[in-house]
Write a protein that binds this ligand. Structure first.
Ligand code: SF4
Length: 353
């Protein structure tokens, strides 16, 4: 990759950013706390979707101290719908570390920021540059796409060594006094102009004069992506257990997909009615009535759940589960979106005979 090309990036990007930066809630008063929360929320989630979450989160937990004190159930409920709940748990873990090790003051050194739970190279770079004005790049998918197109490289930029090389080359050209703006200008260009899925708006781009991808007509095909592995498909049988006004939930195991979060009881496999009855009997659940409910699908990054549910009216609440009302399910429990279709279905079915 051409180092001279990297040196040409800051001036046009900063001039463009000064005119075109979007007004975003976390850009006003970019304290490390606000930048941190926003960057964690923005991983895997669109800006528009994050805005209300960010406002609610800051209203409820306005400081590191408040976050360190957060009850897990409240924290996860606020996170409901953003997914990847380990991010929320790591926020609280990191807040505890900041309180204990740094007296509640957000650390300034890149290495100390990077060592906090849930903070990787990208987030550490964003906080260090935006909040503390340090020449620390934040290289995410948006930035990689811009660099791939500007340089015209067909290399696989998902490889950690290449990401590091890009980070080092950017670091060398960070403009003193405008480090945070340079980080944000790269992110902003990737998010609003050099768009993914083959649709860059090159006519509006401040880098058009430098861009090898545009010059050679291959911008749309960059970056070259490695072939994705097919997702593993898992069939699940879901048990929507009702007793009076309540429905049964249980915690998922502490490790693995949706670790430690609430779910409707379920088991792997596509069970027939007789197999469902047998399983319930063996589990000590007395069934009053059983009927098929809805089917749903949930897609994770590497995994897909194909789920078929059974609605079961129980004679009494089994002690293996937590029994919750519809209001508690809506207002208190953080239920991952994988189960949302069932949380509607379980209360819309006809009541017990
Ligand atoms: S000119 Fe087009 S392809 Fe090149 S960086 Fe700008 S938007 Fe992306």
């Amino acid at each position: 990759m051409n180092s001279d090309l990297f040196a040409l990036l800051p001036a046009p990007l900063l001039a463009w950013y000064d005119l075109h930066a979007r007004v975003l809630p976390w850009r006003e008063n970019p304290t490390p706390y606000r930048v941190w929360i926003s960057e964690i929320m923005l991983q895997q989630t669109r800006v528009e979707a994050v805005k209300p979450y960010f406002e609610r989160f800051l209203a409820r937990f306005p400081s590191v101290d408040a976050l360190a004190e957060a009850p897990e159930e409240v924290l996860l409920k606020l996170w409901e719908g953003l997914g990847y709940y380990s991010r929320a748990r790591n926020l609280r873990k990191a807040a505890l570390v900041i309180r204990e090790r740094f007296g509640g003051v957000f650390p300034e050194r890149y290495e100390e920021i990077r060592a906090l739970p849930g903070i990787g190279d990208y987030t550490a770079g964003a906080i260090a540059s935006i909040s503390f004005g340090q020449p620390c790049p934040a290289v995410d998918g948006n930035v990689l796409r811009v660099i791939a197109r500007v340089t015209g490289t067909r290399a696989d930029l998902s490889k950690p060594a290449l990401r590091r090389e890009i980070g080092n080359r950017l670091k060398a050209v960070y403009p003193p006094g405008r480090c945070g703006d340079f980080t944000q200008s790269l992110m902003e260009l990737g998010a609003t102009v050099c768009l993914p899925n083959g649709a860059p708006k090159c006519g509006e781009c401040p880098l058009a004069g430098l861009c090898a991808g545009l010059r050679t007509g291959c911008a749309r095909d960059l970056p070259v992506r490695p072939e994705k592995k097919a997702r593993r498909v898992v069939n699940l049988t879901v048990f929507l257990l009702r007793c009076g006004d309540c429905v049964a939930l249980r915690r998922r195991p502490e490790k693995g997909v949706l670790a430690g979060l609430w779910e409707f009881p379920n088991m792997e496999g596509k069970l027939s009615e007789s197999a469902v009855r047998e399983h319930l009997k063996a589990s000590g659940i007395r069934v009053l009535r059983l009927s098929r409910s809805i089917c749903a699908r949930h897609v994770f990054t590497h995994l897909e759940w194909e789920m078929g549910a059974w609605r079961i009216d129980c004679a009494e609440p089994h002690s293996a589960f937590r029994w919750v009302t519809r209001d508690a399910l809506r207002g208190e429990i953080a239920l991952p979106s994988a189960w949302k279709a069932f949380s509607r279905a379980v209360f819309s079915d006809p009541p017990s005979a």
